[in-house]
Every structure is written in C-alpha cells, then in structure tokens.
Design a protein around this ligand. Structure first.
Ligand SMILES: *[C@@H]1O[C@H](CO)[C@@H](O)[C@H](O)[C@H]1NC(C)=O
Ligand SMILES: *[C@@H]1O[C@H](CO)[C@@H](O)[C@H](O)[C@H]1NC(C)=O
Ligand SMILES: *[C@@H]1O[C@H](CO)[C@@H](O)[C@H](O)[C@H]1NC(C)=O
Ligand SMILES: *[C@@H]1O[C@H](CO)[C@@H](O)[C@H](O)[C@H]1NC(C)=O
Ligand SMILES: *[C@@H]1O[C@H](CO)[C@@H](O)[C@H](O)[C@H]1NC(C)=O
Length: 466
C-alpha cells in the first residue's frame, strides 16, 4: 500500500458503469433493514461499475484481466480490498449477483505458488498489500462464501498461506522483531515497520485462531500485538500510530492517525476477545481503541457519535489508497459490535449517523448512485472513485450487522478447505523471482513512490495539521 504518496492526491476516475437506475438521492433509514439493503444495492452497483461491465463480462472492463482494478490509479491491493467489501455486501444483503465475479477475480490473482504473490505484482508488493487479499479470503471462509472448485486451494488455505509467509518474514534483526512494511529491500519502505503490516498480521492470526481453533495462530497474533505494544506505535492509551523508521532503531513513531490502522486494531482485538471467550485484557484494549477512534474520526462526538471523517479529506488531499480507508474502520467497527456486544451501544450510533450522511452524498454519476468523499457535507462533493464508493458501501451495509449471523468457524458450520502448510518452506518470498530479474524500470517505479513515502514520513507532523 502506498499510503503516503501525495502525488495522486486529487485523482478521480471516470465511472464506467451503464445507466441502470433512475435519478434519485438515497434516503437511508438506519432502523429499517430493507432501506439499508436497497441503499447498499444501489451503491454496490456503482462500485461494480468501476470494475466491470456488470451486465456482461465479469472481468475488468478495461484490461480484460480478472481481479485487477484499472492501473493507474488503482494498485493491486485495492482490488483485493474491494472483493472483500463485495463479500461483505453479499453477507449483509444476501444479494449474490456479484458472487461469481468476485470468486473469479479473487482466484485469478492467487499466483502460481498460491500465495497471493502473482508474478505481475509481486516485485513491489508490501506485506499490507498481501494482507488485504488475505482479509478477503478469510472473510470468504468465515461468512460461508461459495467455495472455490476442488482443483483450487480453499479460502482458508489461502489465508493460511499468507500467514505462513508473514511468519517467515518476521524480522528479529532490527527493532526487537516485527514485520517490515515492504517485502523487498530494494524498495525504500523496507526500512519502515508499520501498523498495517504488523496489526494486519495480528488480525489475520486472531481470525485464523478463531476459525481453526489452532492456538499457534493466536500465539502469532499475540506476538504481533506485543511487538506493536513495546514499539512506539501503540502508546498504550488506545492511540494507533502509523509506522516507525528501522534506520533510527524504531525510536519514534509517525503519529498520523488513519482510520484503517484503527480499524485493523479494533477488528483484531474483537476477534481475540471472541477467541478468548471474552477476556478482560482484550475487552480493555478494544475499549481504548474504539474510544480513541471515536475521538479522532467522529468529531463533536458526544457519546452517540457523529459522522466519520478521514483527516486528509477536509483538504481533499487523500491519495487513491487513503480514500478507501473509512471502509475498513466501518467494516471492523461492525465486527466489534457483533463479536464484542458490550461495544455495540457505542458503535451503532457512529455507524448509523455516518451511513445516513454517506447515503446523502450518493447522487453523483449518471445513475445517481456514485458517492462523494465528505459525508458530513450531506451532498455529493464530486470526489469519487473506488475508495470513496467502497467506504460508503461499507458504512451503509455495516448497519445490517444485527441482521446477520456471526462468522463461522470450522466447528460451527464453516466448510472452507484448509492447508496449514501452504506458503511454508521459503523465506517468505516467492520462489522464481531473483533480484537480478528486477529491471531498472521496476526499481525506479518503486523508488519514486517510496521516496515520496519517506518524505511524507519525515514530515509526518504536517499531516496532523489538516
Ligand atoms: C438468500 O438467497 C438464497 C438464494 O440466493 C436463498 O436460497 C436464501 O433463502 C436466502 N436467504 C435469506 C435469509 O433470505
Ligand atoms: C499478468 O499480465 C499478463 C500480461 O498483461 C496478463 O495476460 C495476465 O493475465 C496477468 N496475470 C494476472 C494474474 O493478472
Ligand atoms: C472458549 O470456550 C470454549 C467452550 O467452552 C472452549 O472449548 C475453549 O477452549 C475456550 N477458548 C479459550 C481460548 O479459552
Ligand atoms: C443519544 O442517544 C440517547 C439514547 O438513544 C438519546 O436519548 C439522546 O437524545 C441521544 N443524544 C444525542 C445528542 O443524539
Ligand atoms: C497449527 O498451525 C501451525 C502453524 O501453521 C501448524 O504448524 C500446525 O500443524 C497446525 N496444527 C494443526 C493441528 O493443524
């Protein structure tokens, strides 16, 4: 994930969908499930229209390649995140219209080694990029999404593959452990240890532990959490910082608050709370993360919450990755309300107000179903794209959390095929790619993004002033 590249700040994308619906603003009543479902349906149509011709071929409308959004501006990881959102959409609404398309896209990108390091992408793939695909296959297993055909690995096996690779990449050489942001050392972000990678491993481990009952995954989750807790990234009061520089011995954090980092930690803590049958330790951590998220991203929150805001959106300086971040805080707040019911009274008003406001922005595009970026404006602000659309879809469908059954695990209805050894046996890097094969063009491409990343990191304080 290229969280810091301001160069794509103002990128917007033409909407490729066909005209289907009459023009009408979406009026959402969060107390009425059918109203939420119909809003979600309309917004999902807008999202899918940015990927595929929803009435015809089920592959990317421009490239013809399943599982990829159009690059530029969209990096590989965001397609993985989008499929996760569409799995959630099916789970929340029971509308299976896009299931075949989602399954085909997710399986097309698994790579020759079944490790979510496909050859076209792996050279500049980060741990967090890979994790966002893993979150989606994990959701597919937990929610009972239609399984792959028997000649393909199961959703669970794919999540296990990523977890095993992350375990192999655990780096004890610097900063007492932890994962680096990037997988390859020729990418400058290699020297950044961040919350998305380590918190992501924490969350994936928690979910695998809960699904499989295998304690090893819980141990790996705890190890990731404990590493974050002893680093400057989790100061202990529920704040979640972004990352820290290996070349400075991880001595100080980039404190920029991003919704997705909080979402990752809230989701992981909720799964651990559930896995441990309600331990007080995880209840306390979860409570603190939620309280800080509420304070930072729901301004004027007075107990009931107001409307979710990403800090870069006020100045419209989010990059194409960052526009999607509110999707993940919404997604995992809902999971917390479900798995840790004591958090529900705090969370639901946050989700309800945000969903109502988000729906009011979805009047863009020919079909009047394209959503804007600043939900508190109560109208379309002309900032549109896959990230904005996913965020709105996520917060709207999250309001159906009381209507749906909790995630399956292997001993409670889950049918996903596992393989605990998939993705093991390497150094966490895909076989068949040698450093020599990386061309200068690849290096330059990666270097430009990460040089910007490092500038932004060094100037991290600037982001706080938005
Ligand atoms: C969900 O949709 C399927 C068909 O796709 C149907 O068989 C099932 O009854 C529906 N479930 C609910 C709860 O509506
Ligand atoms: C990799 O790129 C080639 C050339 O564009 C394309 O034919 C192939 O489908 C791509 N593979 C994946 C998994 O995206
Ligand atoms: C949670 O409770 C179940 C059922 O009582 C038990 O089998 C399981 O071992 C418990 N899990 C943990 C982590 O204590
Ligand atoms: C907060 O919620 C409570 C209970 O639903 C309600 O009585 C109160 O008026 C709400 N406050 C605000 C500021 O919306
Ligand atoms: C539990 O997971 C670990 C790590 O992948 C694996 O080595 C072990 O075989 C698994 N145990 C079982 C019973 O599947």
């Amino acid at each position: 994930m290229k969280s810091f590249s301001p160069i794509r700040a103002l990128t917007t994308l033409c909407v490729l969908g066909r005209n289907v619906l009459p023009a009408q603003a979406i009026d959402l009543n969060p107390d009425d499930p059918s109203s939420i479902r119909s809003a979600a349906k309309s917004v999902a149509e807008g999202l899918v229209g940015m990927y595929a011709n929803i009435n015809g071929d089920q592959t990317n409308v421009l490239s013809g390649i399943p599982g990829l959004l159009t690059y530029p501006p969209y990096y590989w990881w965001e397609a993985g995140a989008m499929f996760g959102q569409l799995i959630d959409y099916w789970y929340y609404t029971n509308d299976s219209t896009y299931n075949d398309m989602v399954r085909e896209g997710m399986l097309f990108q698994i790579g020759d080694q079944m490790n979510y390091m496909p050859a076209n992408q792996s050279k500049d793939e980060g741990n967090d990029d890979q994790l966002f695909w893993a979150f989606s296959v994990m959701s597919a297993a937990e929610l009972g999404f239609p399984n792959p055909s028997s000649d393909k690995p199961g959703w669970l096996a794919l999540a296990q593959s990523v977890m095993n690779q992350l375990n192999d990449r655990w780096d004890t050489q610097t900063c007492n452990g932890g994962l680096r942001w990037q997988i390859y050392q020729y990418i400058a972000g290699y020297n950044y240890k961040n919350t998305a990678a380590n918190g992501g491993m924490f969350q994936l481990g928690a979910r695998l532990a809960k699904y499989t009952g295998n304690k090893t995954y819980a141990d790996w989750a705890e190890r990731s959490f404990d590493w974050l807790a002893q680093s400057p990234l989790l100061p202990g009061d529920g704040q979640v910082y972004d990352g820290t520089d290996v070349l400075k011995q991880c001595s100080s954090p980039d404190r920029t608050p991003w919704t997705y980092n909080y979402g990752i930690m809230i989701g992981g803590s909720a799964y651990m709370y559930s896995y441990t049958n309600g331990s007080q330790v995880w209840a306390d951590r979860l409570t603190k993360f939620i309280a800080q998220a509420q304070q930072k991203f729901f301004p004027q929150a007075q107990g009931n919450g107001t409307v979710m805001v990403e800090i870069c959106e006020q100045s419209q300086k989010c990059n194409v990755d960052q526009w999607s971040f509110k999707a993940y805080l919404s997604r995992w707040l809902a999971i917390s309300a479900q798995l840790a019911p004591f958090t529900k009274p705090t969370i639901m008003p946050m989700l309800q107000k945000s969903a109502q406001a988000a729906a009011l922005t979805c009047t863009g595009g020919d079909n009047k179903n394209i959503c804007g970026s600043r939900w508190y404006m109560d109208q379309f602000d002309s900032s549109q794209g896959v990230g904005q659309q996913m965020s709105a879809l996520s917060v709207i469908s999250a309001n159906l959390i009381s209507e749906v059954k909790p995630p399956y695990s292997a001993d409670s209805g889950g049918t996903s095929q596992g393989n605990p050894s998939l993705g093991t046996g390497g150094d966490g890097k895909p076989a068949g790619i040698e450093f020599d094969e990386v061309t200068m063009a690849d290096k330059a491409g990666a270097g430009i993004l990460t040089a910007l990343a490092l500038i932004a990191t060094v100037g991290g304080g600037l982001w706080l002033s938005f």
